[in-house]
Design a protein around this ligand. Structure first.
Ligand code: ATP
Ligand code: MG
Length: 385
C-alpha cells in the first residue's frame, strides 16, 4: 500500500500542506525549509500505530510537547491536523483508505492533548468518526487514537500495519563504527543505523545472503577495488562484523572490517540494506552524504534496481536531498516536491505547468527546480570574519 496524498495543518513550520505522493518522492528545499519536518509526519504516524507502547501522547511527548509541534506561524492556538490517503496503486481513482487526525490542547486543567477529530474512510465510505457518543462525557478517551487500540482498529487494521511498517534512516557512520565505545544505547527504531549489524545478524542466513549479493553487486560498481562483502562472527566474542575485500597486491586481496570502511561505503551499505529490509514506506535522509557525485548520480537508478531485483519495485521511498546531481537524475516517474520557506512558514508543491513543460522539453529537474530552493543573499556569508 502507498500513501498517495498528504495534507497537514499547523504541523511544525507548515501551516497548510496538500500534496500527492507516488512510489518515489524526492524532497528538495534550502536548509531549515522543513524537509525533515515533513518526513517526521510519517514517523509520527508510525508511533501512533505502535500498539505496544506507542500512541498519540507518546508521539507528542517525543517531539517536546504540542507547543513545539504546532506551527509557530499559526495566529491563534488552533488544532494540528494530519490527513493521509492510501491506495494499492498510485493511479487509483478513489483512495482505498483515508485517515485524518486533529488534536489540540485541552486549554485548562492538566492541559492534556485531546483529539478533536479522528476519521477513517474506506473507499469513500465512513468507517470511523470521532469524537462520537462513546467519547461523550469521558474526556480521557480523547487522549488516545483508535489506531493505537487493537480493540478499536479491527475495521482498519490495514492502515495501522501500513503506518507501523515505516522505516526512517539517516545513517551516521561514526555511530556504527564506534558502537563499542559509545555504548549499547540505541534510539528507538534506530534512526541512525547504529544497530545495523545486530539487525543483519538476526536476519535468516538465506535472506541475508540474497541481500548481500545485491549489495555486493552495487558496491562493485560504485567503489574502486571492492570485490566482496561478507558477514562474519568472531569466534571468541560472538560479535558480528561486516567485512569487505578489496583487490590488493596480495593474492587474496585485503579484508577490512566496518570500522575501517570509508564513511561513504558504510552509508551505501546501510542504504542498500534498508531498501531490502521490510516493505513499508522508507524515509531516507540525504543519501548523498559522504558519497562522491559519480555515485550520487546513480542513487535514483540504484534504488530502483535493488528494489526490482528484490521484487519490491512498488515499495514507497521518500528521499530528502540537497544534491544537484541526484535530482538531475530523477526520472519522470518520480515526484519531486519543492519546499519553499516564506514569512508564514513553508509551502510544499510539485512542479508547476511551466516547469513540467521545461522538463518535457528536455531540461533536467535540477536545472528547472533546484534554483527555486536556493537561499538568497548567501554571497554575504563570505563577508563574516
Ligand atoms: N512548531 C514549529 N513551528 C514553526 N517552525 C518550526 C516548528 N518546529 C520546527 N520549526 C522550524 O523548522 C525548521 C527546520 O526544519 P527541518 O529540520 O525540517 O529543515 P530541513 O529542510 O530538514 O533542513 P536541513 O536541510 O538543514 O536538514 C527549523 O528552522 C525549525 O525552527
Ligand atoms: Mg533535515
Amino acid at each position: 500500500m502507498l500513501i498517495t496524498r498528504l495534507r497537514l495543518k499547523n504541523w511544525r513550520n507548515f501551516r497548510d500542506v496538500d500534496v500527492k505522493l507516488g512510489p518515489r518522492g524526492y524532497l528538495i528545499g534550502a536548509n531549515a525549509s522543513g524537509k525533515s519536518n515533513l518526513l517526521d509526519v510519517f514517523r509520527f504516524l508510525r508511533t501512533l500505530a505502535q500498539t505496544d507502547g506507542g500512541g498519540l501522547q507518546k508521539a507528542i511527548k517525543e517531539r517536546g510537547g504540542l507547543a513545539k509541534l504546532r506551527s509557530l506561524h499559526a495566529r491563534s492556538k488552533p488544532e494540528v491536523r494530519v490527513e493521509v490517503e492510501l491506495a494499492e496503486s498510485p493511479d487509483a481513482s478513489v483512495p482505498t483508505w483515508r485517515y485524518a487526525l486533529a488534536f489540540k490542547s485541552e486549554g485548562k486543567g492538566q492541559q492534556r492533548v485531546l483529539i478533536t477529530d479522528e476519521a477513517v474512510d474506506h473507499l469513500g465510505e465512513e468507517v470511523l468518526r470521532r469524537p462520537g457518543d462513546d467519547d461523550e462525557g469521558d474526556t480521557d478517551r480523547r487522549t488516545q487514537t483508535h489506531l493505537e487500540q487493537i480493540n478499536n482498529n479491527s475495521n482498519f487494521r490495514a492502515i495501522v500495519e501500513c503506518f507501523a511498517a515505516t522505516t526512517y534512516l539517516h545513517l551516521v557512520p561514526q555511530l556504527l563504527k564506534h558502537s563499542g565505545e559509545i555504548g549499547a544505547r540505541v534510539l528507538e527504531n534506530d534512526p541512525f543505523g547504529q544497530g545495523l549489524l545486530q539487525r543483519i545478524a538476526k536476519t535468516p542466513k538465506r535472506t541475508r545472503d540474497a541481500r548481500f549479493a545485491r549489495i555486493g553487486k552495487a558496491l562493485a560498481q560504485a567503489i574502486p577495488l571492492f570485490s566482496e562483502l561478507r558477514f562474519e562472527q568472531e569466534p571468541v566474542t560472538g560479535l558480528w562484523h561486516l567485512e569487505a575485500n578489496f583487490t590488493h597486491w596480495r593474492v587474496n586481496g585485503a579484508w577490512q572490517r566496518e570500522d575501517q570502511f570509508s564513511d561513504g561505503t558504510l552509508r551505501l551499505i546501510g542504504l542498500l540494506w534498508a531498501l531490502q529490509e521490510g516493505d513499508g514506506l522508507l524515509l531516507l535522509e540525504e543519501p548523498e552524504l559522504s558519497l562522491n557525485d559519480e555515485i550520487v548520480k546513480h542513487i535514483p537508478l540504484m534504488v530502483d534496481r535493488v528494489l526490482k531485483s528484490a521484487r519490491m519495485l512498488g515499495r514507497q521511498v521518500l528521499i530528502s536531498t540537497h544534491s544537484e546531481v541526484l535530482i538531475g537524475e530523477v526520472g519522470t516517474g518520480s515526484a519531486i516536491l519543492v519546499i519553499e520557506p516564506g514569512a508564514n512558514g513553508s509551502t510544499v508543491r510539485g512542479p508547476t505547468e511551466d516547469e513540467l513543460q521545461a522538463l518535457e522539453g528536455g531540461l533536467n529537474p535540477a536545472e528547472v527546480l533546484l534554483p527555486k530552493t536556493r537561499t538568497q543573499g548567501l554571497e554575504q556569508l563570505g563577508l563574516f570574519p
